[in-house]
Design a protein around this ligand. Structure first.
Ligand code: BGC
Length: 877
């Protein structure tokens, strides 16, 4: 082992974050937490003290609003601001310095800032306004209203902000320029209780003299057709806007322009916009110059003031949806049916931008699909009401122009183009990838290209399904199913910094919790889903509702934040209380159907690809799945209570967990280790969740291995068990079987999908059957991509011994069959890297451990504890 580094021995500070965001504009967090990272060429760097200063100016000498003083602590993440109460609209600057293990004081960091949004209802003088419009309804798609307002600014300005939100979605323009780079604002939340507003710095877009402000509204989640059922008007049947422009001039005057009846309204080019059906644009109706001053707003109608109030408003809590990547199509296909199909080469969530020149009135249609059929024709793999995914553009005529839908997005790889004037040239088409703009935090690579493709597929499914909320799929439902994110959260946190995104979404989960403690299976819990689940399933389900415990627990482990546990603690206890009220004799026999180990491949599809009753997995496994999750959640809650220092609860929930386990064994376990539901996933859950006594573990494991063997060494696990499958095998002495499953190429398996050309993770293992038959399921569901977490933890060997990777464990599985594997993970303390390669029987392991942490490196010779730095080890496998 050797330490590196000679050059720069100083300790420097970088990557300063507030509530896990960099320089957030418009937050309403009253007790924000700071985080920073330390960098040095030295090894074994530790922080022994810190000092934070906060001010209204970014010069050190002026930063006297709050001074933490020198605090002797190694804490460098989630350090709470403790100065005077934060004020609406104010920008605060902060710096930090640290003392390291040599007691050496660092320089002050660069300054970072955050800016508060509008904290009190009384800060809003703008009024909610509605343009004249028809009521939306299931049958009729309505045009997108335009709203505009002209105003004068008398003198040069110093700063200007817009605070805005809408019922529906909105986009703003000032003096003909787009405002901000977010898409589909205000995004999707549990609108009855929480509606985000966005803050924009528009100083550069305004000028002394005449100015004009424009807003376009679209149906979005509020009014449009959403979810599995495609119900419309789930939150209301009319679009509305709330907007406040605040201007400060150089002489210190404040001018506030709020939406009111002086805003006038008309319609423009968007004939309709729907997140699922698609958008229709008639470019001939474009109102040139409508958001510029001196536009003649002939026939425009005044807006109407409506009183929705401000009680549910909240600031945007995570990075917004943006166009995060532009994709160049890879080929143009002439299908056997004669269709012109553009292949993006990658399944994405997003939309298409294209250029065209054609006669006025030419109608170009884009249809979006994820796969081609067996013959290579366009295939609509999404069935259901309003799942068109079709955009229509009526060209304006004249010179070549660019077209792009504004208020919709689709899940697609293939685009069928009809009516395009002239020759289709790939360079005129671009795939615009939309996603919540989360920072990438992880990468994994190994010597097997197929596994690298799998990792890529997982990352793409994550991007496609982290669009405002964690969704199941970007085409059929775009819905916040809890079971999916519960399974995928650990992988999600490796790949991308998901802290603000998931902890913010959890607020919606808490708000939607039912009186009796049930946690709805999907959040936001729109009317459509309420109706749908009311029938056979019931509003909550084991493995879905448990996300209220599992997701915060994952966030705590990954980022080391206890606040997320505290925030959700009450909701967690209510969920367990609800289960207790349903459980007789400590067995949870649910009254609703529950999803069980959803989508067990042998149960959910027949061999000819026809969907059999998808509910079979549920019928056959739900009772065991429910009781397993009951015990598991009780146990996790006991651990959470311990972290929070609520000792009585810790004891109580741990005892509850034990009782439930005993009841499970009594009811479901036979003396030979066989379980009453004889499926792979049930054995996996029983082993992972410690549902069987130690004396029978080996026998239970034997049944699992036998089932896998009988299935030709192929998995047969559903949504809630697959996250633990490989861990259970490795943890119980059968890594050989885990590797066999990982490298399996026959259906069902991860590499089967890769072999069939998947570029994202499929909803069902056999979405394309071995004979090539393409089925009507989603090709972009991240749930089964939960194996990504295992690749990072086990193959590359990066895991943790103390929450937030304060103490890291490096223990790669070098016998896994790869000749090399490497991963990096940007933890809250900095970059953790583990890379190993095999040369004959010699293993060379290189690792990087960030400052202010330690790591236990597991080697055949024993464990070594190291501090921060770069290290190399060589050993015989
Ligand atoms: C979704 C899933 C979800 C499930 C509930 C499906 O329609 O796409 O991913 O978790 O319903 O079982």
């Amino acid at each position: 082992m050797m330490g590196f580094g000679t050059a720069d021995y100083q300790t420097r500070i970088y990557d300063m974050q507030l509530e896990s965001r960099i320089n957030p504009l418009g937050t309403d967090c009253l007790h924000p937490r700071f985080a920073w990272k330390l960098r040095s060429e030295r090894s074994k760097v530790k922080q022994t003290a810190y000092r934070i200063i906060v001010g209204l100016d970014d010069h050190v000498s002026e930063m006297n609003l709050w001074d933490s003083g020198k605090v002797y602590s190694d804490q460098s993440v989630f350090v709470t601001y403790q100065g005077q109460a934060l004020q609406s609209r104010t920008r605060y600057y902060w710096r930090v310095k640290v003392w390291d293990e040599r007691e050496e004081e660092s320089e002050w960091s660069e300054s970072s800032w955050w800016e508060m949004g509008l904290l009190h209802e009384s800060d809003w003088c703008a009024q909610w306004i509605e343009p004249p419009q028809e009521k939306a309804s299931e049958e009729r798609l309505l045009p997108s209203p335009l709203l505009r307002h002209e105003f004068e600014i008398k003198e040069p300005l110093k700063r200007a902000r817009i605070y805005a939100t809408a019922h529906g979605v909105y986009a703003l323009e000032l003096n003909g320029h787009k405002v901000g780079d977010q898409e589909l604002a205000p995004e999707f939340t549990s609108y009855e209780y929480a509606l985000q507003y966005q803050t924009y710095d528009v100083t550069e877009l305004l000028r002394a003299g005449s100015n004009a402000l424009g807003a376009v509204l679209g149906d979005g989640w509020y009014v449009g057709r959403i979810g599995l059922t495609g119900d419309c008007c789930c939150y209301g049947d009319k679009l509305a806007l709330l907007l406040q422009l605040e201007i400060e001039t150089v002489s210190g005057d404040r001018l506030v322009i709020g939406s009111d009846e002086r805003f006038c309204c008309s319609f423009g080019e968007i004939q309709y916009s729907d997140l699922f059906i698609g958008e229709m644009v008639d470019a001939r109706l474009r109102e040139e110059g409508w958001s510029r001053p001196h536009f003649e707003a002939v026939d425009w109608q005044p807006a109407r003031i409506v009183s929705f109030g401000y009680a549910n408003l909240m600031a945007q809590y995570a990075e917004p949806i943006r166009a995060v990547e532009m994709i160049r199509p890879v080929r143009l296909i002439q299908s056997p049916r004669g269709e012109a199909i553009i292949d993006m080469g990658q399944n994405i969530a997003g939309k298409v931008r294209f250029r065209a020149a054609g006669k006025a009135g030419t109608r170009v249609t884009l249809e979006h699909g994820e796969v081609l059929d067996e013959e290579g024709n366009f295939f609509n793999n999404i069935i259901g009401v309003h799942k068109d995914q079709k955009d229509i553009f009526i060209l304006r005529g004249g010179a070549e122009a660019e077209y792009e839908p504004r208020f919709t997005y689709h899940g697609f790889r293939y685009v069928k183009v009809t009516g395009y004037p002239g020759t289709i040239r790939l360079e005129d088409f671009t795939g615009v990838v939309l996603a919540s703009d989360l920072r990438r935090s992880g990468s994994f690579e190994c010597s097997d290209k197929r596994i690298n493709q799998l990792q890529s597929n997982i990352a793409w499914s994550q991007r496609s399904n982290m669009v405002s909320i964690p969704t199941d799929c970007p085409q059929r439902e775009k819905a916040g199913w809890l079971g999916d994110i519960q399974a995928f959260a650990p992988t999600a946190c490796f790949n991308m910094d998901s802290y603000a995104f998931l902890s913010g979404w959890m607020r919606n989960v808490r708000l939607e919790q039912l009186e009796d403690g049930q946690v709805p299976s999907v959040v936001p819990f729109s009317n459509g889903f309420k109706k749908f689940l009311k029938g056979i399933y019931g509003p909550s389900s084991a493995g879905w509702g448990d996300a209220v415990i599992i997701v915060p627990w994952v966030l705590y482990q990954q980022y080391g934040d206890t606040q997320v546990l505290r925030d959700n603690y009450e909701a967690m206890t209510k969920w367990i209380d609800y289960i207790r009220s349903e459980a007789a004799d400590d067995l949870w026999t649910p009254s609703g159907l529950h999803f069980g180990d959803w989508l067990i491949p042998s149960l959910s599809m027949s061999s000819d690809g026809e969907r059999v009753d998808m509910r079979r997995s549920a019928y056959l496994t739900r009772e065991l799945v429910s009781t397993c999750f009951y015990a598991y959640s009780a146990q996790l809650l006991a651990e959470i209570a311990t972290v929070l220092g609520i000792t009585d609860d810790a004891v109580r929930y741990a005892q509850l967990g034990c009782k439930v386990r005993q009841a499970f064994s009594r009811q479901h376990l036979q003396n030979d280790g066989r379980l009453t539901a004889h499926f792979q996933g049930i054995y996996v859950l029983a082993l992972h969740m410690n549902m069987v006594p130690d004396s029978l573990r080996d026998k239970v494991l034997e049944h699992l291995i036998k089932l896998i063997e009988e299935n030709g060494w192929r998995l047969d696990t559903g949504f809630v068990s697959v996250p633990y499958l490989l861990d259970v095998l490795c943890g119980n002495g059968r890594p050989d079987v885990a590797y066999r499953l990982l490298f399996q190429t026959e259906c069902p398996s991860w590499l089967y999908q890769v072999g069939k050309g998947a570029t994202t993770i499929w909803e069902a293992w056999q979405a394309i059957l071995p004979d090539g038959k393409v089925t009507n399921v989603s090709f972009n569901h991240y749930a089964f991509g939960c194996v990504g977490d295992w690749l990072y933890r086990c193959i590359a060997g990066i895991s943790q011994l103390e929450a937030g990777y304060k103490h890291i464990r490096i223990a790669p599985y070098v016998e896994s069959g790869f000749s090399y594997a490497k991963a990096s993970y940007e933890s809250v303390f900095g970059t953790i890297r583990s890379a190993w390669e095999r040369n004959g029987s010699t293993i060379r392991l290189s690792i990087e451990i960030p400052a202010n942490t330690t790591a236990t490196v597991c080697l055949p010779s024993g464990e070594q504890i190291v501090g921060s730095g770069l290290y190399e080890f060589e050993y015989e496998a």
